[in-house]
Write a protein that binds this ligand. Structure first.
Ligand SMILES: Cc1cc2nc3c(=O)[nH]c(=O)nc-3n(C[C@H](O)[C@H](O)[C@H](O)COP(=O)(O)OP(=O)(O)OC[C@H]3O[C@@H](n4cnc5c(N)ncnc54)[C@H](O)[C@@H]3O)c2cc1C
Length: 414
């Protein structure tokens, strides 16, 4: 993942969290094994296991959707990218650990069996979570929750198998113990409490409008105002018989006071059921807001790029009147019907002389390309849409301007 200097700066606290915990883990295990009577292969085996435990710690913490951690990683979508790479590295470390254990021919059957069981579960679970993109999201999430069971087995294995005593009071045992507590609390919170505790904003559907054959705008009136900034998103649970009540992330496409709007496009079972059967007065619960697509805090000159339903965060901004700022807005969609909110965008343009919109209907025009476009240092880029499209443009801008300030939401959290 290549980042420009400006983007790397926004993630710096998150990266430091990973680096510092890894260094502490490495040094504590390194000094403990170096002063032990273990042979070098066994020392390496312990060191690798220690680093894998740190991988679990980081990933359980990141999965809590804690607001401070979200800020440190500059958004949940970026945080989940680190989460994914940490999972891959942790899996790699555990495979090395298993390989070293095998080479050392560790004989104790109970200890080895626990390690083997944890290893088997890990390969299956991480394999599913990382590589089975076709698995429905809810089933994917259930397999993810089993990580808690796997972690408990791994932890028991560590405590009973480690040849470095972890029950004595040492810097290492305190670190391993504290990491285990934080990991377990985080994991238990995610599995058992997140859905009950985090959805503090409750309300009911009070408006429905079908914008075309697959896009629905729905209004919610909340019991108390949700303090959101234009460009942010929230997780929504919808309580209606025909709809599953698992939380889904949607951008807030407008609203004020107690009212908020979502605009959703059919992309699978849930969004299709919403479009077909969402009813007025259906109760909803909301967790949020999240996200850092903050147009207001951006430079006066901005480049906006939206792909399809990725127009929603921009619409939240364009519904309100703002002081004139130089904004070039490229809105790409496929087919004239798919370009929702064109009238609203054009109306904003007619009132703001520095705002320029470019509608790109790819059913009639070549795909949007920025080849030859010079991104100047005084321009902030905001993009939202399909991950592949956004990441492609982001790479192009970064190559052409190393200090490019790019913010984007790729509508993907796994
Ligand atoms: C930050 C963010 C903002 C978004 N804003 C909008 C928006 O304004 N309008 C809009 O139409 N769509 C938006 N989406 C996409 C929307 O969340 C998915 O299209 C929707 O959840 C799909 O559910 P489904 O059952 O209809 O489709 P599925 O076929 O089940 O899912 C399609 C894809 O959506 C993702 N997804 C599904 N369920 C979830 C979930 N519970 N949590 C996280 N991701 C999930 C998965 O990547 C999955 O592969 C946003 C996504 C993100 C991450």
């Amino acid at each position: 993942m290549l980042l420009s200097e400006n983007e790397a700066l926004k993630n710096v606290k998150g990266i430091l969290l990973i680096v510092i915990t890894t260094i502490i883990t490495f040094l504590l295990w390194y000094f403990a094994v170096s002063s032990s009577a273990l042979i070098p292969l066994d020392q390496a085996r312990h060191l690798v296991a220690g680093l894998a435990l740190n991988g679990f710690l980081l990933n359980f913490m990141l999965a809590t959707r804690n607001k401070t951690l979200e800020k440190w990683f500059n958004g949940l979508d970026k945080l989940y990218i680190y989460h994914k790479y940490i999972a891959i590295v942790t899996l790699g470390l555990l495979l090395v650990h298993a390989f070293l254990s095998d080479a050392l021919k560790t004989t104790d059957s109970v200890r080895t069996a626990l390690g083997g069981l944890a290893m088997f579960m890990l390969v299956v679970l991480i394999g599913i979570t990382l590589f089975d993109k076709k698995l429905p999201y809810e089933k994917w999430r259930t397999t993810h929750r089993l990580m808690l069971v796997l972690y408990v087995i791994s932890l028991v294995h560590v405590y009973i198998s480690s040849r470095i005593p972890l029950s004595r009071f040492t810097a290492l045992s305190v670190w391993v113990g504290a990491s285990a507590v934080v990991s377990l609390v985080s994991a238990i919170y995610i599995v058992f409490f997140y859905q009950r505790r985090h959805f503090k904003f409750k309300g009911a559907v009070t408006g429905l409008s079908k914008l075309n054959q697959d896009v629905l705008e729905w209004q919610i009136t909340l019991d108390k105002p949700l303090p959101f900034a234009q460009g942010q998103f929230a997780f929504v649970k919808v309580f209606q018989k025909e709809l599953d009540d698992a939380p889904h992330p949607f951008t807030i496409s407008g609203g004020e006071g107690n009212t908020i709007l979502f605009t959703t496009k059919i992309s699978g079972d849930f969004t299709a059921s919403l479009y077909r059967s969402l009813e007025l007065q259906t109760r909803v619960a909301i967790d949020g807001p999240y996200g850092f697509l903050s147009f207001d805090n951006g430079k006066p000159k901005q480049l906006w790029v939206a792909g399809g339903i990725g127009v929603t965060p921009f619409i939240a901004y364009l519904r309100e009147d703002h002081p004139d700022r130089e904004i070039d807005f490229y809105y790409s969609y496929r087919g004239p019907e798919a370009g929702v909110y064109k009238e609203l965008i054009s109306a904003y343009q007619s009132k703001h002389s520095a705002f320029h919109v470019h509608f790109i209907d790819t059913s009639a025009m070549p795909p949007l390309s920025f080849e030859g476009y010079t991104l100047t240092d005084d321009t902030d880029v905001f993009m939202c849409g399909p991950a592949k499209m956004i990441q492609g443009y982001a790479q192009y801008f970064r190559r052409n301007n190393h200090s490019a300030n790019i913010s984007y939401e790729a509508f993907r959290l796994r």
